[in-house]
Design a protein around this ligand. Structure first.
Ligand code: SAM
Length: 350
């Protein structure tokens, strides 16, 4: 037994445990408005924060101490006050920031809540559909991805695709397959008023949510949302077909890509957005890959299996396997167009 190795791993595992407890605190702080009340406030006492957020002081003090212990906020012992740095406020308090993280904690919350279903799935090999999970999964992942899409989709990802922005400006039909809550659809509709956007998803409550998002942002006339599967949504000769973080969830991704090939207009493009991953497990040793593999074990693989599981890619499929999906579906062109720490963005044409 290597004692140093043991001690170092115990510290590592305790650090992870501490982070998991901290995640509960992040969720509370976000839902109670504690971080928002601290943002830009400078040093603030527990009593002041409790008063500003209409919370009980004793709970707020303990929460603040947990924040200080985790270095999420600074504690000033002389004045017994707590301070949220502006950089930390971007991550914890600013709902519009591309690095706003609190909604992401709703996903592991749903994973804990659904543990019995996952245990059963591991033992039987059966699937668990996306819609069978606790609602915090759909809301948490949609809210988390929304800010990344807002930062990158229109300014970076679409311009990285050959000729697509020009076609969107001229006016084309666009399909957003597996659109979820439709944040990606709405962002594109806001940017390109000449084009028409059609979101499809098998999860009816998400489609309802997408309609509400469209109405709230004033683009409802330029978008439509329908419950439909990735293999049989209607043919409208789309100039652009998008898959945002959903291809790897499908039970038959090749059939979905084949359907896209069928309903794509001549010269049309598929934009595939997938979780960032290298091709080989040994190169996916990172905190981001860990998040994706864990979500994949409980959610993505489980959904693909629930749909028959012809090809269960998992959330760390990597470029080589994704390219093969499109090659097998009859696409002659596939290239990586852009990337972020969380996503790979590909362009495919027939
Ligand atoms: C991880 S979520 C991504 C949602 C959204 N595109 C986003 O980026 O936030 C995967 C989505 O794919 C949808 N989905 C799963 N299987 C599908 C299928 N066979 N056809 C269409 N949508 C499907 C799920 O209902 C879910 O909304």
């Amino acid at each position: 037994m290597d004692q140093t190795k043991l001690e170092s791993f115990v510290m590592r595992a305790v650090g992870d445990l501490s982070a998991a407890y901290g995640g509960v605190m992040v969720s509370l702080g976000s839902k109670l408005g504690l971080y928002k009340a601290m943002a830009g406030a400078g040093p603030i006492s527990a009593r002041q924060l409790a008063a500003r957020t209409d919370c009980a002081e004793r709970y707020v003090r303990e929460w603040l101490n947990a924040q200080a212990a985790g270095s999420y906020v600074d504690y000033h012992a002389g004045s017994d006050t707590y301070e949220l740095a502006p950089e930390h406020a971007l991550v914890l308090a600013d709902e519009e920031s591309p690095v706003y993280l609190p909604p992401a904690w709703q996903v592991p919350a749903s994973m804990w809540f659904d543990e019995e279903k996952t245990l059963e799935a591991f033992r039987t090999g059966k699937g668990v559909a996306w819609g069978e999970h606790d609602g915090r999964l759909q809301c948490g992942s949609a809210a988390f991805y929304r800010n990344g899409y807002r930062a990158s989709l229109v300014p970076e990802w679409l311009p990285a695709l050959d000729g697509v922005v020009e076609r969107l400006e001229a006016g084309i039909a666009v399909a957003d397959v597996g659109c979820g809550h439709g944040h990606s659809t709405v962002l594109m509709a806001q940017a390109f008023p000449q084009s028409r956007f059609h979101g499809f998803d098998v999860h009816a409550p998400s489609i309802d949510e997408a309609w509400q998002n469209a109405a709230a942002t004033g683009v409802a006339e330029r978008v439509s949302f329908d419950v439909a599967r990735a293999v049989d949504y209607p043919d409208q000769q789309y100039g652009l077909i998008c898959f945002f973080d959903c291809l790897h969830d499908l039970g038959d991704p090749v059939a979905a890509a084949r359907h896209a090939a069928r309903v794509l207009a001549p010269g049309g493009t598929v934009m595939l957005v997938e979780p960032f991953a290298q091709d080989r497990v040994e190169h996916n040793i990172s905190p981001v890959a860990r998040i994706y593999y864990a979500a994949s074990s409980t959610i993505c693989c489980a959904h693909a299996i629930s749909e028959g599981g012809n090809l269960v890619l998992g959330a760390q499929a990597g470029e080589a396997r994704l390219a093969e999906v499109f090659r097998n579906a009859g696409f002659s062109h596939f290239r990586r167009a852009a990337e972020t720490p969380f996503n790979l963005i590909f362009e495919a044409r027939r």
